[in-house]
Design a protein around this ligand. Structure first.
Ligand code: ATP
Length: 299
């Protein structure tokens, strides 16, 4: 069973926000949805949740369409955070848990556990508006996962958080995944997606231009990165056949090369010319793939 998006299109008047998108998110996996601003990520999420109807196409979770009757199975952290500023943290979470069909006796220990875990126990009786943005986001995250959904949609979960809180949230997300939750999230931070997701999709103008298992995508991208550290004249590698990008580092060079054969040729070429301390062939990063496919306009 999985989340299936089948040939889905969403038009708003003249704008096509999502254009014939087909995706499968395997159950229990973590899936990263990437794309430049306006590529269609939030629109896709809203359709998955049944908040927007596709103009064309079908979306199914565990073989059925998602509607209000499934809200207890699904968690959503929206891009526009939507807490009630005047309500106290505890009251708010209690209310949201009740809305998802939980009993008060089950909600309270769960709230306490999460507040403890996120080091915000002392804020339980503060109004949301009294909390910093980062702490409000943690509350919003708790609101999305309190009812232990089996499908979790996170729209930019790490934006605006300091590095310590990013780690806290990442750990929480990984724990949920270990417990079998299927997680789809969007992020502009490639390293987060790279660290967490087995599967990714890159959207451009509503179309999936790259989609699949991250490991496979990296393997099939062809290009690799070559990191060389040592002493000697590296400059001539700029024009070496198969070298696509050249950048100097403090201790040597980092190259993007066309394929593994290029690495072999470079290895032979520099053997007598350079004192090599490190020669490392690396898979392309998700960032490399994104830039190549979406273009350098991406920030
Ligand atoms: P970001 O990274 O900036 O959040 P996104 O990938 O989430 O972007 P969407 O918010 O899905 O992008 O928007 C996709 C396109 O659809 C944009 O061109 C946007 O202007 C348009 N759009 C989204 N919602 C609506 C709406 N309710 N009415 C009209 N156009 C819309």
């Amino acid at each position: 069973m999985s989340l299936e998006i089948i040939d889905v299109t969403k038009r708003f008047g003249q704008t096509t926000a999502v254009d014939h998108l087909t995706l499968t998110v395997p159950e229990g996996k973590m899936f990263g949805l990437l794309g430049a601003n306006g590529a269609g990520k939030t629109t896709t999420f809203r359709m998955i949740l049944g908040l927007l109807l596709p103009t064309e196409g079908t979306i199914r979770w565990q073989g059925e369409s998602i509607d209000y009757s499934k809200s207890h199975l699904i968690g959503y952290l929206p891009e526009e955070r939507g807490l009630y500023p005047k309500l106290k943290v505890q009251e708010q979470l209690l209310y949201l848990g009740r809305l998802r069909g939980m009993k008060k006796a089950d909600i309270v220990p769960e709230i306490n556990r999460w507040l403890e875990r996120f080091h915000i126990r002392d804020y339980a009786n503060k109004r949301v508006e009294e909390l910093s943005k980062g702490n409000q986001q943690k509350i919003q995250f708790i609101a999305a996962v309190l009812h232990r959904p089996n499908l979790l949609i996170l729209d930019e979960p790490f934006s605006g958080l300091d590095p310590v809180n990013v780690e806290l949230l990442k750990e929480a997300v990984l724990d949920l995944k270990r417990n079998g939750t299927t997680i789809v999230f969007s992020s502009h931070r490639m390293e987060h997606v790279e660290e967490l997701c087995e599967h990714v999709c890159i959207l451009r103008s509503g179309q999936a231009i790259v989609s699949g298992a991250l490991r496979e995508l990296k393997r099939s991208f062809g290009r690799k990165n070559l990191l060389i550290r040592g002493e000697g004249a590296f400059e001539e590698l700029k024009d070496f056949p198969g070298v696509l990008r050249y950048s100097q580092t403090a201790e040597g060079v980092r190259l993007q090369i066309a394929n593994e054969e290029t690495a072999q040729a470079i290895f032979r070429h520099i053997a007598d010319r350079v004192t090599v301390r490190l020669f490392a062939l690396e898979e392309p990063s998700l960032h490399d793939i994104f830039i190549e496919k979406v273009g350098a306009a991406y920030e």
